[in-house]
Structures are given as structure tokens and as C-alpha cells.
Design a protein around this ligand. Structure first.
Ligand SMILES: [Zn+2]
Length: 269
């Protein structure tokens, strides 16, 4: 994979006949106390994160896959105008990269939490992607999406997928259970590289790579989320797969190597 373009909030990588963009939606600060150790044990946070009011900063990343002849596939679309003002900046990142939102024909959702789906709408309520034809979503996550009344107009576009289903040529859905109902990754094979867009398998970059046993308070099923992360890291290190995570530190894409009991992250740069 070759870095082809970089701005403050965007990174464009070329691989085979694909272009992969990492686009910053922003960041959100959340309590470090949301980190959980297995079986309710002590987390043992570093001193800087141990106080009751200590916060961790999560990047919020979206990813765009472009291929000649195919419309753009956007993986998650950020928080829109419904969360902190520090989020919802996907449109500005796209402008920075020179990407026309009208080129997006498919959005593929990793799950239905608001920091991943609200960017379907602009702050003024208009649709963010004028030529959107399809919203790929895990079959199990469809009821959750339908619960979001403000996104009702998008229901006819929902295209449910299961583990292993093709999204477009070269991209397959990969179930990554534990964080949320129907949490789904997407695996791109460019011929030269494999990139796994893994959604919310990681929340706290600084800790969940070195200590992948730590889970996040908002993981629906802590044990399953932990097992998914451990397997994903083992496989990614063994197969030299690129990982692209919604909350990994910018640019949110890189490779992992085994480092002691945990893993080290080597960001694409
Ligand atoms: Zn998230």
C-alpha cells in the first residue's frame, strides 16, 4: 500500500486498482473508567488515566473505498450533528481530500451506534450523499436501524448482509461480534493488500493493543468482544493484514505486530 495523499484530516492510500481513504469525522472524550478487565478484576490503568475524572480521547474515523468503474463505498459515516461538536466533520474532511459526496453510492455500516450512522444526514437535515443507492448493514442490525425514526427515509436503501457476503467485487462482510448487535467488519482484497475495516473492535488505542483483554463499557457482550479482538489481532499479525478502525488514533489504519503479551501498532504513514 502506498500513501498517495495526506492532509490534516485525510489519508489516501493506493493499493492495486483501489484507493483507500481514511477520513476524520472528529473525536470524542470519554471516561477512562469505561475500560473493563476480565471477570470484573482491577483494570490497573496508568497513573494519567487512573483518576475518577480521567478521560480518554477516541478518534472517529470513516473510510472510503474507491475503485475505477465502481461508485465509492463509504464505511460508516460519522456522528453527523447529533453528538459532540467535536464530531460530525466528515463533510469537511471529504472537501479537504477533494472527494465529492455525490460520488458515494454505497454506505456500509459496521453497526448502528449514532457515531457511525448519523452522518447520513447533514446538520440542516438534508441527505449527505445525493446519489446513495444502498446501505449495507448486517441482517441482525436492521431492526436497530429501523428504531431510528430520524433516519426513516433511508429504510428502503437497506441491503442486509451476512458473514462472508460480497459487498462489491473485492469486498466481503466479516462478522466481528461482541460490541453491538450485528457488528460487522468489511474485508477488502486489492490483490496486493488485505485491509480489514474493523469498526469498534478497538476504542482506546493506547491500551487495547498492548492489553487486548481490556473491554469497553459499551461492548454489548464483554466476553465475546474480547474474544473477537484477540482473534482479530492474532490473525492480522500472522497474515500481515492492514487494520482500519473507527476509533483507532489517526490515521486509524496500520499493521500490528506481536509485542510481548500484546501488540504494537504501526500506523500507515
Ligand atoms: Zn463507535
Amino acid at each position: 500500500m502506498i500513501i498517495a495523499s495526506r492532509t490534516t484530516n485525510t489519508l489516501g492510500c493506493a493499493s492495486g486498482s483501489w484507493r483507500v481513504w481514511s477520513l476524520a469525522d472528529g473525536h470524542v472524550d470519554m471516561p477512562a473508567a469505561l475500560l473493563k478487565a476480565p471477570d470484573g478484576g482491577a483494570v490497573g490503568l496508568p497513573r494519567s488515566l487512573a483518576g475518577r475524572d480521567a478521560m480518554v480521547r477516541l478518534s472517529v474515523n470513516c473510510f472510503l473505498l474507491e475503485h475505477a468503474g465502481a461508485g465509492g463505498v463509504l464505511i460508516d459515516c460519522g456522528a453527523g450533528a447529533r453528538w459532540e461538536p467535536s464530531m460530525g466533520h466528515l463533510g469537511a474532511a471529504m472537501a479537504e481530500a477533494g472527494i465529492d459526496p455525490a460520488s458515494i453510492t454505497t454506505v456500509a455500516l459496521t453497526h448502528t451506534h449514532l457515531d457511525h450512522i448519523n452522518g447520513l444526514l447533514l446538520p440542516d437535515g438534508r441527505e449527505a450523499f445525493a446519489n446513495l443507492r444502498r446501505i449495507v448493514i448486517a441482517r441482525d442490525a436492521v431492526p436497530k436501524f429501523r428504531d431510528e425514526a430520524h433516519l426513516q427515509r433511508f429504510r428502503p436503501l437497506l441491503a442486509p448482509v451476512g458473514d462472508g457476503d460480497a459487498v462489491v467485487d473485492g469486498v466481503r462482510a466479516l462478522a466481528l461480534p461482541g460490541h453491538a448487535v450485528g457488528h460487522m467488519g468489511y474485508r477488502l482484497d486489492t490483490g496486493d493488500d488485505c485491509v480489514l475495516f474493523c469498526g469498534d473492535v478497538f476504542h482506546v488505542h493506547a491500551l487495547q493493543l498492548t492489553r487486548p483483554e481490556l473491554t469497553w463499557g459499551y461492548d454489548d457482550n464483554q466476553a465475546v468482544a474480547r474474544a473477537t479482538r484477540l482473534k482479530l489481532l492474532r490473525d492480522a499479525a500472522a497474515e500481515h493484514i492492514w487494520l482500519a478502525g473507527a476509533h483507532l488514533d489517526r490515521p486509524g489504519i496500520g499493521r500490528v505486530t506481536v509485542d510481548g503479551q500484546g501488540y504494537a501498532f504501526v500506523a500507515a504513514a
